[in-house]
Design a protein around this ligand. Structure first.
Ligand SMILES: Cc1cc2nc3c(=O)[nH]c(=O)nc-3n(C[C@H](O)[C@H](O)[C@H](O)COP(=O)(O)OP(=O)(O)OC[C@H]3O[C@@H](n4cnc5c(N)ncnc54)[C@H](O)[C@@H]3O)c2cc1C
Length: 419
């Protein structure tokens, strides 16, 4: 597979190279790792490093559809013991009566979703990758250059002060919101700065969480309180607390009693008193998306193609549906002995993913804008909306289907079928 070009440059050939081994890139490697394809995955930051940007201590809400895809690609067995089921979702607004509730029993599923930490997702993906001989993980290594012609795409990566040249039929950009691949290709992105940041912390609560995920809209931004009892303690929750950018650092730096008091004021007493808060981390929030998802021999997936506000916990779930659709199209092309990097093949992927991207980006962006608006008539309309939604089962069912990642034309993996 490898040959030497000069003392300092080694050249290798693959069918597929994935740049970025974060949650989305590594999931694609797991999805395709059992296929007769030679795959390389290039990741800049070692998996075990504290600074690994994808696999930190954030709580991630996985939709039921994501659970099904993870099962199909052999990742769920490595993750299940760390997951807490979301059986109910409760949506409310601070200072208003209205609330909407979704229940797993109404949707006929064992759980509407699951909560895990990003770190545990990373460990599960790596455990699965270690069983897949067709995937070569090249890390820590960083993409530095990219060229493509009609037959192949060639990238240069820096690893241990050496340059490696990797040639492949198809290159996948899964290198996150600041994607170097995207920049080297000159693919432009539309970006909206929300001027909001999310504070993440684990808290313990006086009352058990009852497997309820709470989404509460406040004048400063949404607040999610997610059940986290993987360690057997059902008084533990993960908080994703959005704040205006100019206030966030001061709130994150409050001492524990003041932090808990402010949090209590925003959330109310549905879980009794907040008793303790763990380490806090801050994430600036923005919306970014590309118009061009594919070029000849290149496809963009996950945050490299769309970075969302975490308001409804949709970013990774959307990225994993990219993975399931792209894997299916690649396998179909390969079985038909077609060129997997052909633009016609990749356009099938871009076309398929268009509606889901448009709907989820539109949904999360509208929620942020609608609930960040303090205009009084809008406040009354929101209250009426939440109350009405709670009493309209067919509308709630549509909302639940989207939340669970089960709407639209689903890839085989999301339907519980193999590739
Ligand atoms: C506060 C917060 C809460 C969230 N909660 C949820 C949730 O509840 N549910 C949900 O579905 N989503 C959630 N998300 C979104 C989710 O985190 C992202 O959608 C997900 O991380 C995207 O994964 P990715 O692999 O596409 O990108 P990333 O996670 O950004 O990974 C990109 C990877 O590429 C690597 N890389 C970058 N540049 C290079 C290079 N030049 N060469 C090689 N490697 C490179 C990086 O080291 C990294 O490992 C949340 C996001 C935030 C900020």
């Amino acid at each position: 597979m490898a040959n030497k070009m000069s003392n300092n440059t080694k050249k290798s050939q693959y069918d597929l190279v994935i740049v970025g081994g974060g949650m989305v890139g590594a999931s694609l490697a797991c999805a395709l790792g059992a296929q007769p394809l030679r795959i390389a995955m290039v990741e800049a930051v070692p998996y075990q490093a504290e600074s690994q940007p994808s696999y930190d201590d954030r709580a991630i809400a996985l939709s039921f559809g994501t659970h099904t895809i993870f099962n199909g690609i052999g990742v769920w067995p490595h993750l299940a013991e760390h997951a807490t089921a979301i059986k109910h979702i409760h949506v409310s607004e601070q200072g208003a009566f209205g609330a909407t509730r979704l229940h797993h029993s109404d949707e006929g599923v064992p759980a509407l979703g699951y909560v895990v930490t990003a770190r545990h997702i990373g460990q599960a993906l790596i455990s699965r990758l270690q069983t897949l001989k067709n995937v070569e993980v090249i890390s820590p290594a960083q993409l530095s250059d990219l060229h493509h012609n009609e037959e192949f795409v060639s990238i240069t990566v820096r690893k241990d002060n050496q340059s490696l040249v990797l040639e492949s039929q198809l290159l996948i950009a899964a290198d996150g919101g600041q994607s170097t691949t995207r920049q080297l290709l000159g693919i432009s992105a539309t970006k909206t700065d929300y001027r909001q940041s999310a504070i993440i912390a684990n808290v313990s609560t006086q009352q058990p969480h009852g497997n309820v995920a709470f989404e509460r809209f406040t004048p400063d931004g949404p607040l999610a309180v997610l059940p986290m009892s993987a360690a057997g303690d059902n008084h533990r929750c993960a908080v994703v607390w959005t704040q205006r950018g100019d206030k966030v650092e001061a709130i994150a730096a409050l001492d524990e009693p003041d932090f808990l008091q402010q949090l209590q004021r925003s959330f109310g007493n549905r879980l009794g008193r907040f008793l303790k808060a763990g380490k806090r981390s801050v994430y600036p929030l923005y919306l970014m998306h590309v118009q061009e998802q594919v070029r000849p021999r290149v496809a963009l997936i996950g945050n490299a193609a769309h970075t969302l506000h975490p308001i409804a916990g949709q970013g990774f779930n959307l990225g994993l549906r990219d993975v399931a659709a792209l894997a299916e199209i690649i396998v179909n092309a390969q079985q038909a002995q077609a060129d997997i990097g052909d633009l016609g093949v990749l356009q099938q992927y871009a076309q398929w993913r268009k509606t889901d991207h448009k709907q989820i980006i539109g949904f999360t962006d509208s929620l942020v804008r609608l609930f960040s608006n303090r205009f009084a008539p809008l406040h009354s309309a929101r209250t009426a909306g939440l109350l009405a939604l709670d009493t309209l089962p067919p509308v709630k069912h549509v909302l639940a289907k989207h939340t669970m990642g089960l709407a639209g034309k689903l890839p085989r993996l999301a339907r519980g079928l193999s590739l």
